[in-house]
Design a protein around this ligand. Structure first.
Ligand code: NAD
Length: 359
């Protein structure tokens, strides 16, 4: 029986890397029925909304989606499609593995970190007050009355929300993941020293949850120190759990440690729905050039195969990708500028490797 998967090509470089990924996934021999769905500016132009209800329906029905990146207009225009999908579908956990592959231009060897990012709240909750609006003035008045603090009238305000329930849920997810994948340690990242009621809550809940998992190590790091330590000695970290904003920043930093965004896959998960997508964005300047690395999305496909229980197909695809990286000849400019091939040629090379392991 074929797995029915919602396939969202996205925009910018999205359609090219999605097509490359679809081809390699089909070449694993696992059967897929791709249910195409469109979001972002093309959907906005056509249907007057960046996420038509039919996209939510498709993902809710199929339970699994594979998604290319989507451009978010900066400063104005529609809000992030990515944030809306994660919030709308309750995809509370963002899972981003960062692993070194032999032959990748990584700064370090033997990095194997899983970033687990809370996906629904923090400064990404979307509760914002535009400078100069009556709503912003009302909030400023309330703040002044309740705290005695004055906020400058020319301020825009974004609310940082950290709840006990969401903190507990994501930290538990991190420990359960550690147990299920034989991981040894969870590191919680925060700025509880400064934001005592939001990050402070996250940290105290993390400490409580850690006590329920005596078989897994636990430590915490203040976010700025964490950045420095990741750059100095990334091998000391195993699973990292963080509120939304720090998790977002740390996952790009970790991608930089292992050879760049072209090798960083991800998943957004609830208890019964999953969207797999690369960490990187739509890189509009490279759109349509058959230039960028499709491996972050292919590795997201590997994560999807494991989620579906297709371990053998996942191992074969990951091995094929690793062999293409190690070969160093059929890779894109970010991995090997001297010999760089295009996006679709990388897919051809991975499919060829899959063919070899098939026989
Ligand atoms: P980006 O990740 O799109 O690109 C940053 C740079 O990283 C690129 O210029 C390129 O040099 C490199 N890069 C990215 N993907 C690559 C790949 N596959 N192969 C090789 N090099 C790659 O970040 P940005 O320019 O800040 O964002 C562009 C748009 O993407 C924005 O609108 C942003 O909101 C959106 N975005 C979407 C998602 C998503 O859909 N999940 C995630 C992040 C950003």
């Amino acid at each position: 029986m074929a797995y029915k998967i919602t396939l969202i090509p996205g925009d910018g470089i999205g359609p090219e890397i999605t097509e490359a990924t679809r081809r390699v996934l089909d070449a694993t021999g696992v059967n897929f029925q791709w249910d195409l769905a469109y979001v972002g500016s093309s959907a906005q132009d056509r249907w007057g909304t960046p996420i038509p209800d039919s996209v939510f329906d498709s993902i809710r029905g199929n339970k699994v989606a594979l998604k290319g990146p989507v451009t978010t207009p900066v400063g104005s225009g529609f809000r992030s499609v990515n944030v809306a999908l994660r919030k709308g579908l309750g995809l509370y956990a963002c899972l981003r593995p960062c692993k070194t592959y032999s032959g990748a231009p990584s700064l370090y060897k033997n990095v194997n970190i899983i970033i687990i990012r809370e996906n629904t709240e923090d400064l990404y909750s979307g509760i914002e007050f535009e400078r100069g609006t009556p709503e912003a003035a009302k909030l400023m008045e309330l703040v002044s009355q309740t705290t005695g603090e004055t906020i400058r009238q020319d301020s825009g305000i974004s609310i940082k929300v950290i709840s006990e329930m969401c903190s507990r849920r994501i930290v538990k997810f991190a420990f359960e993941y550690a147990r299920a994948h034989q991981r040894k340690k969870v590191t919680a990242v925060h700025k509880a020293n400064i934001m005592k009621f939001s990050d402070g809550l996250f940290l105290s809940v993390a400490r409580e949850v850690a006590e329920e998992y005596p078989d897994i190590g636990f430590e915490d790091r203040i976010a700025d120190n964490m950045n420095m330590q990741l750059v100095r000695k990334p091998q000391q970290f195993d699973i990292v759990v963080a509120p939304n904003l720090y998790g977002d920043l740390l996952s790009d930093l970790c991608a930089g440690l292992i050879g760049g965004l072209g090798l960083a896959p991800g998943a957004n998960l609830s208890d019964d729905i999953a969207i797999f997508e690369p960490v990187h964005g739509s890189a509009p300047k490279y759109a349509g050039l058959n230039k960028v690395n499709p491996m972050a999305m292919m590795l997201s496909g590997v994560m999807m195969l494991r989620y579906l229980g297709e371990e053998k197909g996942a191992d074969r695809l990951e091995t094929a990708i690793a062999e293409v990286i190690a070969g160093g000849r059929n890779v894109t400019y970010d991995l090997e500028p001297e010999v760089a091939v295009g996006t679709s040629q990388v897919a051809d090379a991975v499919i060829e490797k899959l063919g070899v392991t098939n026989t």
